[in-house]
Design a protein around this ligand. Structure first.
Ligand code: SF4
Length: 429
């Protein structure tokens, strides 16, 4: 199944059968180590393995060590898609495993502050949406301005760098929400709290394996205090910690996320599902161009789970043509079509995992079931019920710009929230 999902769904072909007869086994093609290969680190081989033969690097002990260190302030951020799935392995449905209970469980595990990656998802929209508008207005004729590709999925970034390097300069330079959170926590928040950033341990809980690698990249140290994000756990590792601590989640009350860096909007929570980043970006891009909010569901045409979808929207003076792909096999088809001039787009969202992060390689494993769509619906329901549904209306993001960053795409925003995709290489390019 690992070979099949990697070959047929993701189109990457990292795994293969090796040797013959009784010595047959599964390994990385050409007898490489996985880190020497062009693996996207999407983790679909793990979630599709029926016998638990594959697993991610276990970082749980590092978190326990940090929590036991009295010198350290240990903070945690939780990605949007985690809240759609963490209850599954605990036998709880969406009503019994709310984001509030998740925050309570994290406080109970001993984290000093529990924050929400949704906060930096809103921040990503401010930066990426402004970058799109800047390309449309100031850099329309520059090579590589269009299509602009989203950059919040590190599995997709690894894929495009390895297989379609001609498109690397089309990527938005905005970091992923995880990697925006780290430097903001270790600069802006550390200063507010009068904490030495060297003594902050920044942990994240992600539906994703590629984000473990992303946090280790040599250029992800913009706060000047070591790695911006120190430890990344998957949803599965988080659930193991809950089980080890014998926390009965069903009995927990809803807790708020800590503030600032805990407030978020409905636009942020849909980052976890394919089409969500596009929809959130369009909501704010419309506001940036017209000064008025569209209806919150004005761009819902981008929703759905087909592998490659497209839509057009009218903005004043411009019809924006967008496309969305989920799963790397679909991404390859879309990139080939762009490369051969068969299609043209202004803005393209790509998520490496089928269904987006809700189907991420770090999510709970339910053998034989594809749960991404049900999880996606949980995120859409959270968006629908949110008080605020536009990233630019997040009051804590507004305050961050007012007090610290200045404006989207400012010099400080560029230093902390954007990265150069050429700063590191894939093994075989
Ligand atoms: Fe990670 Fe989400 Fe990308 Fe999958 S789709 S690799 S979970 S960021």
């Amino acid at each position: 199944r690992c070979i099949q999902v990697c070959d047929n769904i993701q189109g990457v072909g990292i795994w293969d059968v090796q040797n013959r007869g009784t010595r047959t086994n599964v390994g990385v093609k050409f007898a490489q180590y996985i880190e020497e290969s062009n693996c996207a680190l999407c983790g679909q081989c793990i979630t599709h393995c029926p016998v638990g033969a594959l697993h991610e690097r276990d970082d749980v002990q590092k978190v326990y060590d940090a929590l036991a260190d009295k010198e350290k302030t240990v903070i945690v951020q939780v990605a949007p898609a985690v809240r759609s799935a963490w209850g599954e392995s605990l036998g709880l449905d969406a009503k019994q495993s709310t984001p509030g209970k998740m925050s309570n469980a994290l406080h109970k595990l001993g984290f000093d502050y529990v924050f929400d990656t949704n906060f930096t998802a809103d921040l990503t929209i401010m930066e990426e949406g402004s970058e799109l508008i800047e390309r449309l207005t100031k850099h329309a004729n520059k090579p590589h301005s269009f299509p602009m590709f989203t950059s919040c999925c590190p599995g997709w970034i690894r894929f495009v760098k390895a297989h379609y390097p001609q498109f690397v300069d089309n990527l938005s330079t905005a970091k992923s929400p995880q990697q925006m959170f780290g430097p903001i926590a270790k600069t802006y928040w550390a200063k507010r709290m009068k904490l030495d950033p060297e003594n902050i341990v920044c942990v994240s809980i992600m539906p994703c394996l590629a984000k473990k690698h992303e946090s280790d990249l040599e250029n992800m140290d913009d706060a000047g205090a070591g790695q911006d994000v120190d430890i990344v756990l998957t949803t599965r590792e988080f659930v193991r910690m809950i089980n080890s601590s014998q926390i009965n989640v069903a009995d927990l009350k809803d807790d708020k996320f800590d503030s600032p860096l805990g407030e978020s909007t409905g636009a942020a929570v849909i980052f976890g599902v394919t089409g969500g980043v596009m929809e959130a970006a369009l909501r704010s891009a419309y506001f940036l161009v017209t000064g008025k909010n569209p209806k919150a569901d004005a761009f819902k045409e981008v929703r759905g789970y087909d592998g490659w979808r497209e839509a057009s929207f009218k903005l004043p003076g411009k019809t924006l043509k967008v496309a969305i792909a989920n799963g790397l096999g679909n991404a390859a088809k879309l990139l080939d079509a762009i490369d051969e001039g068969r299609v043209t787009y202004d803005f393209v969202e790509i998520m490496a995992c089928p269904g987006g992060c809700v189907g991420g390689g770090g999510q709970p494993i339910c053998d034989g079931k594809e749960l991404a769509q049900g999880r996606g619906q949980i995120l859409y329901n959270l968006d629908k019920g949110a008080k605020l549904r536009f990233s630019h209306e997040n009051p804590e993001v507004q305050k961050l710009y007012e007090d610290f960053l200045g404006a989207p795409l400012s010099k400080k925003s560029h230093k902390l929230l954007h990265s150069n995709h050429h700063d590191w290489n894939m093994p075989h390019v």
